[in-house]
Design a protein around this ligand. Structure first.
Ligand SMILES: [Zn+2]
Length: 338
């Protein structure tokens, strides 16, 4: 106890220069092999009836040492600031502000436009079973159209695959919900394609489905016409070309007048004045019947577009690979886009 008293005085008298001095103090008194620890270790040699008094004394001693250390440290800190030649008027390190990915920007725009027409957003799993991706969509196993949608299969269970379109989400909606159904399905889809400027093994779609009584092809045309005007401006023209999809009948592909040349012909539209942007059609009665929806009472239309395609047209991006390379020089060009 006498020794502790002496050490206390020693601490009070301790003087240190700067941060190094404070650190030396810490190591000497408060370190893992320091004096405070050492004295605490003496507790086992103290007779039982004096343990309490000794404990109190040691705790107080520890506090004295800690307070002294804080004082030394604070003094060292203020010393350092005044002694250093840091130029406090220098601008700070800038915080880099990121921007939305161009595909997210365009997907959000598409979703916003259809929401205004009363479409709800539906999402579903990217790993699907054969039925929801192909079978229910009128693509039985031997259907040649499957060749155009080759995908990736899961080894553990070959009945599982990565969805090739978000039509699988439409299937899940029709499974659970009775008409009227009015949904859009944005999401990532997969194809077994060799990666190039024009093709990738994954891309993004927004598909739409509207099923109710008396839904006609006129509704389909007007809905999509409204969409392109909102997306690309009032001057854009549209045309429908007959096409084939197993899940719609009749089917049509929709072109818009070329945004670059205004229809006169250029490299982007391959000198036709038109660019293709989406596929559409009236839902095949067989697809409706697959989900127990009476095709004599209900009709519907569906459409699907690639988000990459729309983004390409809107921002003149001519290589699909740029979207997934994470090149900041590419991405930061979209900082100002909303
Ligand atoms: Zn053109």
């Amino acid at each position: 106890m006498q020794q502790i008293e002496e050490l206390k005085q020693e601490i009070n008298a301790y003087e240190a220069d700067g941060a190094d001095g404070a650190e030396a103090f810490r190591i000497k008194y408060l370190g893992t092999k320091g004096i405070v620890k050492n004295i605490m270790g003496e507790m086992k040699n103290v007779p039982n009836d004096q343990k309490k008094a000794f404990g109190l004394l040691v705790n107080e001693f520890k506090q004295v040492a800690e307070t002294k250390y804080e004082t030394l440290k604070a003094a060292a800190g203020s010393d350092e600031t005044s002694a250093s030649n840091i130029d406090l008027s220098l601008p700070g390190t800038p915080v880099t502000v990121g921007s939305r990915h161009p595909l997210s920007l365009v997907r959000n725009q598409i979703v916003t436009i259809f929401k205004r027409l009363g479409f709800a957003v539906a999402e579903g799993p990217e790993i699907e079973d054969d039925w929801h991706n192909f079978g229910a969509m009128n693509l039985p196993e031997d259907h040649p159209a499957r060749d155009m949608q080759d995908t990736f299969y899961i080894n553990q269970n070959p009945a599982w695959l990565l969805r090739t379109h978000t039509s699988s989400v439409q299937a899940r909606i029709m499974e659970k919900q009775k008409p009227p159904i009015r949904v859009i399905c944005p999401g990532r889809v997969y194809r077994n394609e060799t990666i190039s400027a024009r093709a990738h093994c994954f891309f993004h779609q927004v598909e739409g489905l509207y099923v109710d009584e008396h839904v006609s092809f006129a509704d389909l045309k007007q809905t999509l016409y409204f969409f392109v005007q909102e997306m690309f401006g009032k001057d854009v023209k549209v045309r429908f070309r007959p096409s084939y999809f197993p899940f719609t009948e009749p089917s049509a592909e929709m072109d818009i007048s070329c945004l670059i040349c205004g229809g006169d012909g250029c490299a982007v539209c391959k000198h036709t004045g038109w660019v293709e942007i989406l596929g559409s059609g009236m839902v095949h009665p067989k697809v409706l019947e697959n989900f127990g929806i009476d095709s004599n009472k209900y009709t519907g239309f569906a459409f699907g577009m690639g988000v990459e395609r729309i983004t390409q047209l809107k921002y003149q991006v001519n290589d699909l690979r740029l979207y997934s390379q994470n090149d900041v020089r590419f991405l930061k060009q979209f900082t100002g886009a909303v």
